[in-house]
Design a protein around this ligand. Structure first.
Ligand SMILES: Nc1nc2c(ncn2[C@@H]2O[C@H](COP(=O)(O)OP(=O)(O)OP(=O)(O)O)[C@@H](O)[C@H]2O)c(=O)[nH]1
Ligand SMILES: [Mg+2]
Length: 380
Protein backbone atom coordinates (compact mmCIF):
# COMPACT_ATOMS: atom_id res chain seq x y z
CA UNK A 1 0.00 0.00 0.00
CA UNK A 2 1.40 3.40 -1.03
CA UNK A 3 0.62 6.99 -0.16
CA UNK A 4 1.54 10.06 -2.18
CA UNK A 5 1.14 13.68 -1.19
CA UNK A 6 -0.22 15.10 -4.46
CA UNK A 7 0.02 18.72 -3.26
CA UNK A 8 3.02 20.75 -2.04
CA UNK A 9 3.76 20.58 1.67
CA UNK A 10 2.64 23.75 3.40
CA UNK A 11 1.98 25.82 0.29
CA UNK A 12 -1.69 25.26 -0.51
CA UNK A 13 -5.03 25.72 1.21
CA UNK A 14 -5.64 21.98 0.96
CA UNK A 15 -3.52 18.83 1.00
CA UNK A 16 -4.44 15.84 -1.11
CA UNK A 17 -3.22 12.33 -0.30
CA UNK A 18 -3.50 9.54 -2.86
CA UNK A 19 -3.54 6.05 -1.40
CA UNK A 20 -3.25 2.86 -3.47
CA UNK A 21 -3.39 -0.73 -2.33
CA UNK A 22 -5.59 -3.79 -2.21
CA UNK A 23 -9.05 -3.32 -0.68
CA UNK A 24 -7.95 -5.59 2.20
CA UNK A 25 -4.97 -3.31 2.92
CA UNK A 26 -7.06 -0.17 2.58
CA UNK A 27 -9.40 -1.22 5.41
CA UNK A 28 -6.62 -0.11 7.81
CA UNK A 29 -6.66 3.42 6.37
CA UNK A 30 -10.48 3.45 6.27
CA UNK A 31 -10.37 2.83 10.03
CA UNK A 32 -8.56 6.13 10.50
CA UNK A 33 -11.58 7.92 9.09
CA UNK A 34 -14.46 8.76 11.43
CA UNK A 35 -17.78 9.45 9.75
CA UNK A 36 -20.32 11.20 11.97
CA UNK A 37 -23.14 8.82 11.09
CA UNK A 38 -21.60 5.64 9.64
CA UNK A 39 -20.30 3.34 12.35
CA UNK A 40 -18.20 0.76 10.49
CA UNK A 41 -17.01 2.89 7.66
CA UNK A 42 -16.51 1.09 4.34
CA UNK A 43 -16.58 3.49 1.39
CA UNK A 44 -18.46 2.69 -1.80
CA UNK A 45 -16.72 3.11 -5.17
CA UNK A 46 -17.43 6.54 -6.68
CA UNK A 47 -18.58 7.99 -3.35
CA UNK A 48 -17.24 10.93 -1.30
CA UNK A 49 -17.54 11.27 2.50
CA UNK A 50 -16.93 14.06 4.96
CA UNK A 51 -15.62 13.34 8.44
CA UNK A 52 -12.50 13.34 10.59
CA UNK A 53 -9.11 11.72 10.37
CA UNK A 54 -8.04 10.26 13.70
CA UNK A 55 -4.76 8.72 14.81
CA UNK A 56 -4.34 5.26 16.39
CA UNK A 57 -5.26 6.70 19.80
CA UNK A 58 -8.48 8.14 18.42
CA UNK A 59 -7.21 11.74 18.55
CA UNK A 60 -8.68 13.93 15.78
CA UNK A 61 -5.99 15.25 13.40
CA UNK A 62 -8.16 17.16 10.93
CA UNK A 63 -11.53 17.33 9.22
CA UNK A 64 -11.12 15.60 5.87
CA UNK A 65 -12.98 14.47 2.78
CA UNK A 66 -12.32 10.90 1.73
CA UNK A 67 -13.20 9.60 -1.71
CA UNK A 68 -13.01 6.16 -3.30
CA UNK A 69 -12.60 6.94 -7.02
CA UNK A 70 -12.31 3.21 -7.81
CA UNK A 71 -11.40 -0.11 -6.20
CA UNK A 72 -7.96 -0.01 -4.61
CA UNK A 73 -7.76 3.78 -4.36
CA UNK A 74 -8.57 6.48 -1.81
CA UNK A 75 -8.20 10.23 -2.06
CA UNK A 76 -8.01 12.08 1.24
CA UNK A 77 -8.36 15.87 1.13
CA UNK A 78 -7.35 17.71 4.29
CA UNK A 79 -6.62 21.32 5.22
CA UNK A 80 -3.24 22.54 3.93
CA UNK A 81 -0.38 23.60 6.16
CA UNK A 82 2.72 21.69 7.21
CA UNK A 83 1.61 20.60 10.70
CA UNK A 84 -1.65 18.87 9.72
CA UNK A 85 -0.25 17.47 6.51
CA UNK A 86 2.79 15.96 8.22
CA UNK A 87 0.62 14.51 11.00
CA UNK A 88 -1.72 12.83 8.48
CA UNK A 89 1.21 11.49 6.47
CA UNK A 90 2.79 10.01 9.63
CA UNK A 91 -0.51 8.49 10.64
CA UNK A 92 -0.98 6.86 7.22
CA UNK A 93 2.57 5.54 7.29
CA UNK A 94 1.99 4.04 10.74
CA UNK A 95 -1.10 2.32 9.36
CA UNK A 96 1.07 0.52 6.80
CA UNK A 97 1.32 2.92 3.84
CA UNK A 98 4.69 3.34 2.18
CA UNK A 99 5.51 6.88 1.07
CA UNK A 100 5.62 6.91 -2.75
CA UNK A 101 8.41 8.81 -4.43
CA UNK A 102 6.25 11.41 -6.08
CA UNK A 103 3.72 10.14 -8.42
CA UNK A 104 0.93 7.62 -8.39
CA UNK A 105 -2.65 7.65 -9.62
CA UNK A 106 -3.31 11.32 -10.49
CA UNK A 107 -0.12 11.42 -12.53
CA UNK A 108 -0.90 8.39 -14.64
CA UNK A 109 -1.14 9.20 -18.33
CA UNK A 110 0.66 12.54 -18.03
CA UNK A 111 3.84 13.22 -19.92
CA UNK A 112 6.95 14.47 -18.16
CA UNK A 113 6.41 18.10 -19.20
CA UNK A 114 2.93 18.04 -17.66
CA UNK A 115 4.27 16.51 -14.46
CA UNK A 116 7.08 19.06 -14.26
CA UNK A 117 4.56 21.88 -14.71
CA UNK A 118 2.26 20.37 -12.05
CA UNK A 119 5.20 20.22 -9.68
CA UNK A 120 6.03 23.91 -10.19
CA UNK A 121 2.51 25.37 -10.39
CA UNK A 122 1.88 25.51 -6.62
CA UNK A 123 5.00 27.65 -6.25
CA UNK A 124 3.81 30.33 -8.68
CA UNK A 125 3.53 33.74 -7.08
CA UNK A 126 2.22 35.77 -10.01
CA UNK A 127 -0.47 35.22 -12.62
CA UNK A 128 2.11 35.50 -15.37
CA UNK A 129 4.24 32.71 -13.90
CA UNK A 130 1.16 30.47 -13.80
CA UNK A 131 0.13 31.44 -17.36
CA UNK A 132 3.59 30.57 -18.72
CA UNK A 133 3.55 27.18 -17.00
CA UNK A 134 -0.03 26.35 -17.99
CA UNK A 135 0.64 27.25 -21.62
CA UNK A 136 3.77 25.10 -21.64
CA UNK A 137 1.84 22.31 -19.96
CA UNK A 138 -0.80 22.38 -22.72
CA UNK A 139 1.23 23.22 -25.82
CA UNK A 140 4.97 22.63 -25.38
CA UNK A 141 4.91 18.94 -26.35
CA UNK A 142 3.05 19.81 -29.57
CA UNK A 143 5.44 22.67 -30.37
CA UNK A 144 8.42 20.38 -29.84
CA UNK A 145 7.03 17.50 -31.89
CA UNK A 146 6.29 19.88 -34.77
CA UNK A 147 10.05 20.51 -35.09
CA UNK A 148 10.63 16.94 -36.29
CA UNK A 149 8.78 17.58 -39.54
CA UNK A 150 10.54 20.82 -40.48
CA UNK A 151 13.52 21.56 -42.75
CA UNK A 152 17.00 21.73 -41.20
CA UNK A 153 17.24 25.53 -41.33
CA UNK A 154 13.86 26.13 -39.75
CA UNK A 155 14.49 23.33 -37.29
CA UNK A 156 17.65 25.01 -36.02
CA UNK A 157 15.98 28.41 -35.85
CA UNK A 158 13.09 26.97 -33.81
CA UNK A 159 15.49 25.15 -31.46
CA UNK A 160 17.41 28.41 -30.90
CA UNK A 161 14.11 30.23 -30.26
CA UNK A 162 13.20 27.61 -27.69
CA UNK A 163 16.57 27.93 -25.93
CA UNK A 164 16.15 31.70 -25.65
CA UNK A 165 12.57 31.10 -24.53
CA UNK A 166 14.02 29.02 -21.71
CA UNK A 167 16.17 32.00 -20.62
CA UNK A 168 13.01 34.07 -20.36
CA UNK A 169 10.98 31.39 -18.56
CA UNK A 170 13.72 30.62 -16.05
CA UNK A 171 14.24 34.30 -15.25
CA UNK A 172 10.49 34.74 -14.80
CA UNK A 173 9.97 31.67 -12.63
CA UNK A 174 12.68 32.36 -10.06
CA UNK A 175 12.45 35.04 -7.35
CA UNK A 176 14.38 38.19 -8.26
CA UNK A 177 16.00 40.97 -6.28
CA UNK A 178 15.61 44.67 -7.13
CA UNK A 179 17.61 47.30 -5.26
CA UNK A 180 16.62 50.98 -5.20
CA UNK A 181 19.88 52.85 -4.59
CA UNK A 182 21.29 56.34 -4.94
CA UNK A 183 22.32 59.48 -3.11
CA UNK A 184 20.45 60.55 0.03
CA UNK A 185 17.19 62.42 -0.61
CA UNK A 186 16.93 61.35 -4.26
CA UNK A 187 13.47 59.91 -3.61
CA UNK A 188 14.18 56.17 -3.26
CA UNK A 189 11.71 55.64 -0.42
CA UNK A 190 9.07 57.71 -2.23
CA UNK A 191 9.42 55.49 -5.32
CA UNK A 192 9.42 52.36 -3.12
CA UNK A 193 6.08 53.40 -1.60
CA UNK A 194 4.57 54.17 -5.01
CA UNK A 195 5.59 50.75 -6.35
CA UNK A 196 4.12 49.00 -3.32
CA UNK A 197 1.04 51.23 -3.39
CA UNK A 198 1.36 51.73 0.34
CA UNK A 199 2.97 54.07 2.83
CA UNK A 200 5.62 51.50 3.76
CA UNK A 201 8.92 53.39 4.14
CA UNK A 202 9.53 56.68 5.93
CA UNK A 203 9.98 59.68 3.66
CA UNK A 204 11.38 63.03 4.82
CA UNK A 205 13.34 65.95 3.47
CA UNK A 206 16.21 65.13 5.84
CA UNK A 207 19.01 63.44 3.91
CA UNK A 208 19.79 60.06 5.48
CA UNK A 209 16.24 59.12 6.53
CA UNK A 210 16.47 55.46 5.56
CA UNK A 211 19.01 53.55 7.60
CA UNK A 212 17.98 49.86 7.69
CA UNK A 213 17.05 48.68 4.23
CA UNK A 214 13.34 47.93 3.89
CA UNK A 215 12.32 45.09 1.58
CA UNK A 216 8.97 43.77 0.35
CA UNK A 217 7.90 41.16 -2.18
CA UNK A 218 6.19 42.62 -5.21
CA UNK A 219 4.58 41.42 -8.44
CA UNK A 220 6.36 43.65 -10.93
CA UNK A 221 4.84 43.09 -14.35
CA UNK A 222 4.57 39.36 -13.53
CA UNK A 223 8.05 39.02 -12.00
CA UNK A 224 8.06 37.99 -8.35
CA UNK A 225 10.70 40.26 -6.88
CA UNK A 226 12.05 41.36 -3.52
CA UNK A 227 12.20 45.14 -3.78
CA UNK A 228 14.69 46.79 -1.40
CA UNK A 229 14.77 50.45 -0.43
CA UNK A 230 18.29 51.24 0.79
CA UNK A 231 20.02 53.99 2.71
CA UNK A 232 21.35 56.86 0.58
CA UNK A 233 25.00 56.31 -0.30
CA UNK A 234 27.41 59.07 0.73
CA UNK A 235 30.67 59.69 2.61
CA UNK A 236 29.82 60.23 6.27
CA UNK A 237 31.48 60.60 9.66
CA UNK A 238 28.48 59.10 11.44
CA UNK A 239 29.20 55.48 12.43
CA UNK A 240 25.54 54.41 12.16
CA UNK A 241 25.01 55.97 8.76
CA UNK A 242 28.33 54.56 7.63
CA UNK A 243 27.09 51.05 8.51
CA UNK A 244 23.85 51.80 6.66
CA UNK A 245 25.86 52.78 3.58
CA UNK A 246 27.93 49.58 3.85
CA UNK A 247 24.68 47.59 3.87
CA UNK A 248 23.41 49.51 0.83
CA UNK A 249 26.54 48.48 -1.06
CA UNK A 250 26.00 44.87 -0.10
CA UNK A 251 22.34 44.93 -1.29
CA UNK A 252 23.53 46.49 -4.53
CA UNK A 253 25.99 43.66 -5.06
CA UNK A 254 23.31 40.98 -4.54
CA UNK A 255 20.63 42.53 -6.78
CA UNK A 256 19.42 41.16 -10.11
CA UNK A 257 18.35 44.68 -11.04
CA UNK A 258 19.87 47.89 -9.69
CA UNK A 259 17.47 50.82 -9.97
CA UNK A 260 19.58 53.96 -9.47
CA UNK A 261 17.59 56.99 -8.35
CA UNK A 262 18.84 60.50 -9.11
CA UNK A 263 17.42 63.80 -7.86
CA UNK A 264 16.69 65.52 -11.18
CA UNK A 265 16.29 68.93 -9.53
CA UNK A 266 20.03 69.33 -8.91
CA UNK A 267 23.13 68.76 -11.01
CA UNK A 268 24.98 65.43 -10.79
CA UNK A 269 27.58 65.40 -8.03
CA UNK A 270 30.60 63.19 -7.42
CA UNK A 271 28.63 60.87 -5.15
CA UNK A 272 26.09 60.24 -7.93
CA UNK A 273 28.96 59.54 -10.31
CA UNK A 274 30.61 57.09 -7.91
CA UNK A 275 27.36 55.18 -7.37
CA UNK A 276 26.79 55.04 -11.15
CA UNK A 277 30.34 53.77 -11.61
CA UNK A 278 29.77 51.07 -9.03
CA UNK A 279 26.48 50.02 -10.67
CA UNK A 280 28.18 49.93 -14.05
CA UNK A 281 30.98 47.75 -12.66
CA UNK A 282 28.27 45.24 -11.57
CA UNK A 283 26.37 45.38 -14.86
CA UNK A 284 28.04 42.26 -16.28
CA UNK A 285 26.06 40.15 -13.81
CA UNK A 286 22.94 42.25 -13.21
CA UNK A 287 20.70 44.71 -15.01
CA UNK A 288 20.87 48.43 -14.28
CA UNK A 289 18.29 51.14 -14.85
CA UNK A 290 18.36 54.85 -13.98
CA UNK A 291 15.48 56.91 -12.65
CA UNK A 292 15.64 60.69 -12.83
CA UNK A 293 13.18 61.73 -10.15
CA UNK A 294 11.53 65.04 -9.20
CA UNK A 295 10.66 66.04 -12.76
CA UNK A 296 7.96 68.31 -11.31
CA UNK A 297 10.79 70.65 -10.22
CA UNK A 298 12.94 72.66 -12.65
CA UNK A 299 15.38 70.20 -14.23
CA UNK A 300 19.07 70.55 -13.50
CA UNK A 301 20.38 67.07 -14.17
CA UNK A 302 22.18 66.03 -17.33
CA UNK A 303 20.38 62.92 -18.56
CA UNK A 304 22.99 62.39 -21.29
CA UNK A 305 25.76 62.14 -18.74
CA UNK A 306 23.76 59.44 -16.93
CA UNK A 307 23.25 57.54 -20.20
CA UNK A 308 26.96 57.78 -20.94
CA UNK A 309 27.91 56.52 -17.49
CA UNK A 310 25.46 53.63 -17.75
CA UNK A 311 25.62 52.37 -21.34
CA UNK A 312 22.75 50.05 -22.15
CA UNK A 313 20.71 51.04 -19.09
CA UNK A 314 17.16 52.32 -19.49
CA UNK A 315 16.80 55.90 -18.24
CA UNK A 316 13.33 57.00 -17.15
CA UNK A 317 12.06 60.32 -15.81
CA UNK A 318 9.43 60.32 -13.04
CA UNK A 319 7.88 62.44 -10.34
CA UNK A 320 6.65 61.16 -7.01
CA UNK A 321 4.42 64.17 -6.47
CA UNK A 322 2.59 63.69 -9.77
CA UNK A 323 0.62 60.77 -11.15
CA UNK A 324 1.64 57.72 -9.10
CA UNK A 325 0.18 55.33 -11.67
CA UNK A 326 2.36 56.80 -14.43
CA UNK A 327 5.48 56.58 -12.25
CA UNK A 328 4.59 53.00 -11.38
CA UNK A 329 4.01 51.95 -14.97
CA UNK A 330 7.12 53.58 -16.44
CA UNK A 331 9.24 51.98 -13.68
CA UNK A 332 7.58 48.59 -14.30
CA UNK A 333 8.10 48.78 -18.05
CA UNK A 334 11.83 49.46 -17.70
CA UNK A 335 12.27 46.97 -14.84
CA UNK A 336 10.56 44.17 -16.80
CA UNK A 337 13.00 44.78 -19.67
CA UNK A 338 15.90 44.56 -17.22
CA UNK A 339 14.65 41.40 -15.52
CA UNK A 340 14.13 39.40 -18.70
CA UNK A 341 11.51 41.04 -20.90
CA UNK A 342 7.93 40.27 -21.83
CA UNK A 343 6.34 36.94 -22.59
CA UNK A 344 5.61 36.29 -26.28
CA UNK A 345 2.57 34.14 -25.34
CA UNK A 346 4.14 30.97 -26.74
CA UNK A 347 4.76 27.63 -25.02
CA UNK A 348 8.27 27.74 -23.57
CA UNK A 349 10.68 25.24 -22.07
CA UNK A 350 10.94 25.89 -18.34
CA UNK A 351 13.37 23.42 -16.73
CA UNK A 352 17.13 22.97 -16.91
CA UNK A 353 16.40 19.47 -18.25
CA UNK A 354 14.49 20.95 -21.21
CA UNK A 355 17.34 23.38 -21.83
CA UNK A 356 20.07 20.72 -21.77
CA UNK A 357 18.17 18.41 -24.12
CA UNK A 358 17.44 21.28 -26.51
CA UNK A 359 21.16 22.04 -26.64
CA UNK A 360 21.74 18.36 -27.39
CA UNK A 361 19.15 18.54 -30.19
CA UNK A 362 20.91 21.60 -31.64
CA UNK A 363 24.22 19.72 -31.79
CA UNK A 364 22.50 16.69 -33.35
CA UNK A 365 20.68 18.84 -35.86
CA UNK A 366 23.90 20.59 -36.91
CA UNK A 367 25.49 17.24 -37.66
CA UNK A 368 22.37 16.08 -39.54
CA UNK A 369 21.48 13.46 -36.96
CA UNK A 370 17.93 12.48 -36.11
CA UNK A 371 16.66 14.69 -33.30
CA UNK A 372 13.22 13.13 -32.84
CA UNK A 373 14.33 10.76 -30.08
CA UNK A 374 15.75 13.76 -28.17
CA UNK A 375 12.49 15.65 -28.67
CA UNK A 376 10.58 12.63 -27.33
CA UNK A 377 12.97 12.52 -24.38
CA UNK A 378 12.08 16.14 -23.53
CA UNK A 379 8.34 15.40 -23.74
CA UNK A 380 8.93 12.28 -21.60
N1 LIG B 1 9.18 67.77 -5.51
C1 LIG B 1 9.42 66.46 -5.33
N2 LIG B 1 9.83 66.00 -4.16
C2 LIG B 1 10.08 64.68 -4.03
C3 LIG B 1 9.89 63.78 -5.08
N3 LIG B 1 10.23 62.55 -4.65
C4 LIG B 1 10.60 62.67 -3.38
N4 LIG B 1 10.50 63.96 -2.98
C5 LIG B 1 10.84 64.52 -1.68
O1 LIG B 1 12.23 64.37 -1.49
C6 LIG B 1 12.52 64.13 -0.12
C7 LIG B 1 13.32 62.86 0.03
O2 LIG B 1 12.51 61.77 -0.36
P1 LIG B 1 12.80 60.28 0.12
O3 LIG B 1 11.89 59.39 -0.61
O4 LIG B 1 12.80 60.21 1.60
O5 LIG B 1 14.29 60.15 -0.41
P2 LIG B 1 15.32 58.95 -0.14
O6 LIG B 1 16.13 58.81 -1.37
O7 LIG B 1 14.63 57.74 0.35
O8 LIG B 1 16.22 59.58 0.99
P3 LIG B 1 17.17 58.83 2.06
O9 LIG B 1 16.38 57.75 2.71
O10 LIG B 1 17.51 59.92 2.99
O11 LIG B 1 18.35 58.35 1.32
C8 LIG B 1 11.17 64.11 0.60
O12 LIG B 1 10.90 65.36 1.13
C9 LIG B 1 10.20 63.78 -0.53
O13 LIG B 1 8.89 64.25 -0.29
C10 LIG B 1 9.43 64.29 -6.33
O14 LIG B 1 9.24 63.58 -7.33
N5 LIG B 1 9.22 65.63 -6.40
MG1 LIG C 1 14.80 56.67 2.06
Amino acid sequence: MQVNLATKLGLGGISVFEICGTEAELTTTDRLFKHHEIRNFAPAAGAVYFGEMVDADGKVIDEVIIAKPEEGKRLVTAHGGSATTTAIMECLQKSGCKKADGRISTLEGKNLIEREADELLPQCRTELQAAVLLTARQQLAERLRAICSTEKQERLAELERLVSGYSFASSLLKPRGICLAGSPNAGKSSIFNILLEQDRAMVSDAAGTTRDAVAEWIDLGGYHALLSDTAGIRETECAIESEAVRRSHSRLEDADLIALVFDGSRPLNDEDRQIAEKAHSLSARCAVMAIINKTDLPGAMDGNEISNMLPGAAVICVSCTGNARETNSSFTLAAVEGLGGKWDQTALPFTQRHHDLLQKAIIESKSDKDICHTIEEIVG
